[in-house]
Design a binder for this molecule. Structure first.
Ligand code: PG9
Length: 618
């Protein structure tokens, strides 16, 4: 028999009137070891910025670690984890141990902040006629924090990576007196010369996803939709970068319209280059400029700002650190980069032993246990940190010439040339296909990608030394100096300095023969005479293409070879040069793209070389 059931009456407590969501939700938080406040801080023009303040319970007299950005201020501290050390992301763990208050703010117009969003808003002046910018917003916020957080000692240190590193650099252009110390990490400094948007005029197409994610709505948004899996094919099918972008509705995005109308290094870019601005408005705030040696997004900014300040005589308060890291890896675990393995966690150790003591010195009046060097750069070949009083450590550059038979030589070679056909219809991928810009593992490691896959292509020319019989140490900023003639009227040059491992490598057998790039970059030929004013390349005439490459602190070991590779496409990370001179490559037409012959000269015909900061001291 089945059990029966009685019919019971409906009582009033069974019926919910109104919403099931209460007006306010205040669960007990006795077990939590921190308090979270969300405030709207008024700026000088009345716009209020959403700010999250996280305070260890019982805090007294603690300094504030302040970050501003466009990526959601609530993100850094998980909302439902009661123990602060577990709630923060990896970047902040050691800061929790040391005792800090954390402040995170949405910039104007993003997430819960009021106001209009402007992408990396230019400073007040010709490009920004308003009375506010990210300098005044940082100033006003710090003034508010110093007065309104009673658990603090009124002192602020600023930190943040990439866009958030740019906001630190902007704060330094007119710092509030309560800002005592700063660390711009991989800051976006010059979007045209070598950070996010372009490298030497070649456009970085993965940013098109950043545009839709960042500037279509105030909150989180999506990348450009794809029909296919492989981004190589998607971008090839899409045509010129501007044609592809506008086919996806980008004409509606004001920053895209400004950027794509200014492909050259004109006033639009020059007047927002942070390194120049820092020199014009030097701050006295002790600052540690930080970046990765293989930083795939902002490899230019920190080191160039440090060097510009140094050159201008601002030596006392500026420090430079370059670790063996991908972009923003400083805030994550640092035991490896692709196949490169480091002894220990290079990032946690650095945060604990260098960065936090640097901040504590100015925020807690604590003397660091060890004196902090002015410059620290990791030596990835010998796997340890090295300290320098200055950077570049070696300023004298030694040419390593391209020579006949694909050789590299420190002695001047005989005249000659090597040619290849560069075909924009079959561009060289920057990593083996399939390519996915959203594949984080692929994107964060592409600067250490084994270059053997490229060396075997007919449109890549490689030059190498014999196996070295002694170590060659390089410490500074190499330069690519290419002399070439072309059959077309425009061209790109990609130059790579590579450490070729010996064919067998007992310590890590899978590295046998590995071609490890240690410094590489691209240059758009139309800017060879003037970055601001492009000019067509005369066909079949030797021209010089000279450009800086990313910093190195490296030792090519005995038994290894030094290799240089040259090519003219690097796709789809960089847009293709049609190789026919057109006014604006963003909007080149299909018929402008032509296969052309590139001849790279040696010896008396044109002394193509990489200029290396070879250290004499070893
Ligand atoms: N590299 C990113 C970015 C910074 C500034 C402008 C555009 C992009 C970032 O990681 O924030």
């Amino acid at each position: 028999l089945l059990a029966g059931q009685s019919v019971t009456p409906v009582t009033p407590d069974m019926i919910q009137q109104g919403s099931d969501i209460p007006k306010a939700w205040n669960p007990p938080k006795d077990q939590w070891n921190y308090i979270r406040r969300e405030v709207m801080i008024p700026m000088r023009d009345g716009v209020k910025l959403h700010t999250v303040i996280v305070i260890p319970k019982g805090a007294k007299n603690l300094p504030m670690l302040f970050e501003r950005g466009p990526y959601d201020a609530t993100f850094d501290v998980k909302p439902s984890v009661p123990i602060l050390r577990d709630a923060v992301w990896s970047a902040l763990r050691e800061w929790v141990d040391d005792g800090y208050i954390f402040v995170s703010q949405d910039v104007r117009g993003k997430y819960a902040s009021q106001g209009d969003y402007v992408m990396t808003r230019p400073p007040r002046g010709p490009l920004n006629p308003s009375n506010t910018d990210d300098t005044t917003d940082a100033y006003d916020t710090i003034a508010w924090l110093a007065k309104n957080v009673p658990e603090s000692n009124g002192k602020v240190g600023m930190i943040g990576s990439s866009y958030d590193g740019w906001t630190v650099a902007m704060a330094l252009l007119g710092p509030n007196p309560a800002l005592k110390v700063a660390a711009p990490e991989s800051p976006m400094v010059d979007g045209w010369r070598g950070d996010d948007w372009f490298h030497n005029g070649a456009f970085r197409q993965g940013n098109l996803d950043y545009f839709t994610e960042q500037s279509t709505v105030a909150g989180a948004a999506n990348p450009v939709p794809r029909l296919g899996y492989d981004d190589y094919q998607t971008y090839l099918d899409g045509g010129a970068a501007g044609v592809y972008a506008n086919a996806h509705g980008f004409q509606q995005l004001p920053f895209w319209n400004r950027l794509s109308a200014h492909p050259a290094y004109d006033a639009f870019w020059q007047l927002q280059a942070i390194d120049k601005l820092e020199v014009a408005h030097p701050s006295h705030v002790p600052t540690m400029w930080l970046q990765g040696l293989w930083d795939q997004e902002d490899i230019y900014g920190a080191v160039h700002t440090f060097e510009a300040l140094d050159k201008a005589g601002d030596k006392d308060n500026n420090h430079l650190v370059m670790g063996p890291w991908y972009h923003s890896q400083i805030n994550r675990e640092g035991r490896s980069l692709g196949p490169l393995l480091w002894p220990g966690d290079t990032t946690a150790d650095f945060r604990k032993n260098v960065l936090i003591p640097f901040f504590d010195q100015y925020l807690k009046d604590e003397k660091p246990a060890h004196p902090l060097p002015r410059v620290m750069v990791y030596n990835p070949a010998e796997k340890h940190w090295e300290s320098f009083s200055d950077w570049p450590a070696v300023r004298q550059l030694t040419p390593l010439y391209l020579a006949a038979d694909h050789q590299l030589s420190f002695a001047q070679p005989a005249a000659g040339e090597d040619s290849y056909v560069s075909d924009p219809a079959k561009p060289i991928p920057f990593v083996p296909q399939p390519i996915r810009f959203d594949d984080r593992a692929q994107w964060t490691t592409w600067l250490v990608q084994d270059q053997r896959f490229a060396a075997s292509r007919p449109d890549v020319i490689s030059f190498e030394t014999a196996p070295l019989d002694h170590a060659v140490s390089v410490q500074g900023d190499p330069v690519a100096d290419v002399f070439a003639k072309i059959t077309g009227s425009d061209v790109d040059f990609v130059v790579k300095i590579i450490d070729v491992y010996p064919p067998s490598f007992a310590e890590q057998p899978e590295m046998g023969g590995y071609e490890l790039p240690i410094s590489m970059d691209i240059f758009r030929g139309r800017y060879r005479k003037d970055l601001a004013v492009p000019s067509a390349v005369p066909s079949n005439e030797v021209q010089e293409y000279k450009f800086g490459l990313p910093s190195v602190n490296y030792v090519f070991q005995p038994g290894h070879r030094i290799m240089v590779q040259i090519q003219s496409t690097w796709f789809p990370v960089y847009d293709r040069n049609p190789q026919t001179y057109v006014p604006n490559i963003f909007f080149a037409k299909p018929e402008d793209y032509r296969a052309e012959t590139i001849s790279v000269m040696h010896g008396a015909d044109g002394e193509s070389a990489v200029l290396l900061p070879v250290s004499e001291s070893r």
